[in-house]
Design a protein around this ligand. Structure first.
Ligand code: NDP
Ligand code: 8X3
Length: 252
């Protein structure tokens, strides 16, 4: 029987590449995001391969998350794989210059939104004593870099939630793990720098960053391990990257 994956942040970057690969591999999809035209386009394209259902909600709104998940039709109500991926950095500022709106966005989306989605999907996994939850953390959840303060805090929280959730769901045989990427070229920096495309592109200049497809392949590897294998915590960086602050870049 085909499995069903629920992917948050499926309209772009890592989530979108994961949706495309999962469809190719025959995994049915529940795809989430706020940009309806992108959800529609994905449903049209990937619907040729597998069954696709889309949900449009802002992950910050706990009522919207609950209603969206409750609205899933019967054939999509059994979620085998949850990819907690939606998230972004907002701003890159010292703590003294940081904006409270940016801090709210990062904590509300990356941490609380992830919890809201998990809260609404875990009960059916517990009931079936089955399921696999993958958190998209970050190297920013393993170390802190200058001006990364609150984004790093949000991803350290994801790291803690990943560990705690694995403990709490252990009696039910539910697999829980994290994939923690370094620099991946997506819309991430465009969002971080509020649409300043020159500044965003500059982040990935002079070295080969990871592609979202690289992360999708890793996520697919994680979900296709035999049941007794749980990849609990995986960190992946571009070869040019050694840490958040050490990246071997060509000189211009
Ligand atoms: P993108 O900006 O390309 O994708 C972010 C996704 O999150 C979009 O699909 C977006 O959908 C969704 N999203 C953002 N805010 C909300 C919201 N309020 N409600 C619902 N959905 C939301 O970035 P990435 O693919 O790079 O990021 C995906 C994850 O990977 C994030 O958790 C990020 O922190 C993490 N990551 C990224 C790295 C990188 O270098 N790119 C490295 C390490 C981790 P929409 O706008 O349609 O709502
Ligand atoms: C994204 C990677 O280094 O921009 O989580 O924080 S980084």
């Amino acid at each position: 029987m085909k499995k069903t994956a629920f992917i948050t942040g499926a309209t772009s970057g890592i989530g979108k590449s994961t949706a495309i690969l999962f469809a190719l591999k025959g995994i049915n999809l529940v795809l989430c995001g706020r940009r309806q035209e992108r959800l529609d386009a994905l449903k049209k394209e990937l619907g040729k391969e597998v069954q696709v259902f889309t949900l449009n909600f802002d992950i910050r709104n706990k009522e919207s998350v609950k209603e969206a998940i409750a609205s899933l039709p019967k054939e999509f109500s059994q979620i085998d794989i949850l990819i907690n991926n939606a998230g972004n950095a907002h701003g890159l500022d010292t703590i003294q210059d940081g904006s409270i709106e940016d801090w709210d966005a990062m904590l509300d989306i990356n941490v609380k939104g992830l919890l809201y989605v998990s809260k609404n999907l875990i009960p059916q996994m517990i009931e079936r004593k089955a399921g696999h939850i993958i958190h998209i953390g970050s190297t920013a959840g393993k170390e802190v870099y200058p001006k990364g303060n609150v984004y790093c805090a949000s991803k350290h929280a994801v790291d803690a939630i990943n560990q705690g959730m694995r403990m709490d769901l252990n009696p039910y045989g539910i697999r829980v793990g994290a994939v923690n990427p370094g620099l991946v070229e997506t819309e991430f920096s465009s969002v971080r720098f509020k649409g300043d495309e020159d500044r965003a592109e500059n982040v990935y200049k002079g070295f080969q960053p990871l592609k979202p497809e690289d992360i999708a392949e890793i996520i697919h590897f994680v979900v296709t391990r035999p049941y007794h294998v749980n990849i609990a915590d995986l960190t992946v960086m571009p070869t040019a990257q050694a840490s958040s602050t050490i990246v071997k870049k060509a000189k211009f």
